[in-house]
Design a protein around this ligand. Structure first.
Ligand code: KIV
Length: 271
């Protein structure tokens, strides 16, 4: 089954309708014009300009160092490529927590300077006030619960979250808080599939899972993982569709070899 060609532009309203009719939502990350153009053309529903750019684009160990200016740069590059997908941009660490006015200002900068369609932020009750304030300015917000990488130093590991009852109950409560606050969707990262199914059933807004099982209303992966550009990351939830690391290494090796043996450029490849 290919993508739904009847949907000319994906909006938050379209995502709500997709959940209602049981049509799964496909979301991927992108951080630049070229990849944004390809995955939009392929029919992806939602593009997340994730703060995972901090890892896969900038080479940091965590998502914490990336700045608001850098996220805006990535987002505006993606936006220039898009015709159909809804583009959601991560609010980076330190630009929304504990200060709803700063959360609003950060979101306004993202929307104004990149042309994105929505923002995403991590957390539940702790960020409720920020979410309400951002939405009051007409900016759609996507939530993110479970493994929230901006809190890695609190968690200590990237292991599955909410396996114990207390944390699972907090996640269920937080999901409802996000829905009540007005979020249009929520990412559920690395939690037991049974819990994700329960949350998905209890919410009227779509859930988008990553390592959260098949019952979620949609799925998201980091594009670099799906394409096999990152070859040292092997979580159980990841399905690789290509091994671009190997493909690119092969192509570059061939190029080096052609240059060294004076095969490139040939007669037809010069003026
Ligand atoms: O930054 C990111 O790529 C994300 C996804 C993993 C959901 O938040």
């Amino acid at each position: 089954m290919s993508y739904n060609k009847d949907i000319k532009k994906v909006t938050t309203h379209v995502l709500h309708e997709m959940k209602q009719r049981g049509e799964k939502i496909a979301m991927l990350t992108a951080y630049d014009f070229s990849m944004g153009r390809i995955i939009d053309h392929a029919g992806i529903d939602v593009i997340l300009v994730g703060d995972s750019a901090s890892n896969v684009m900038a080479g940091h160990e965590t998502t914490l160092p990336i700045t608001l200016d850098q996220m805006i740069y990535h987002a505006s590059s993606v936006i220039r490529a898009i015709n159909r997908a809804l583009v959601v941009v991560d609010l980076p660490f330190g630009t929304y927590q504990g200060n709803s006015k700063e959360a609003l200002n950060s979101s306004i900068r993202i929307m104004k300077e990149s042309g994105a369609h929505a923002v995403k932020l991590e957390g539940g009750k702790e960020v409720e006030e920020s979410i309400k304030r951002i939405i009051s300015a007409g900016i759609p917000v996507m939530g993110h619960l479970g493994l929230t990488p901006q809190s890695i130093y609190k968690f200590g590991t990237y292991e599955v979250r909410a396996k114990e009852d207390v944390e699972a109950q907090k996640l269920i409560d937080d999901a409802l808080i996000l829905q009540e606050a007005g979020c249009f969707a929520v990412v559920l990262e690395k939690i037991p599939a049974k819990l994700a199914a329960e949350v998905t059933k209890s919410l009227s807004i779509p859930t988008i899972g990553i390592g959260a099982g098949g019952a979620c209303d949609g799925q998201v992966l980091v594009l670099h993982d799906l394409l096999g550009l990152t070859n040292e990351f092997h979580p159980r939830f990841l399905r690789r569709y290509l091994n671009l690391y190997e493909e690119i290494t092969g192509a570059v090796s061939n190029y080096i070899s052609d240059v060294k043996k004076k095969d490139f450029p040939n007669e037809k490849e010069q003026y």
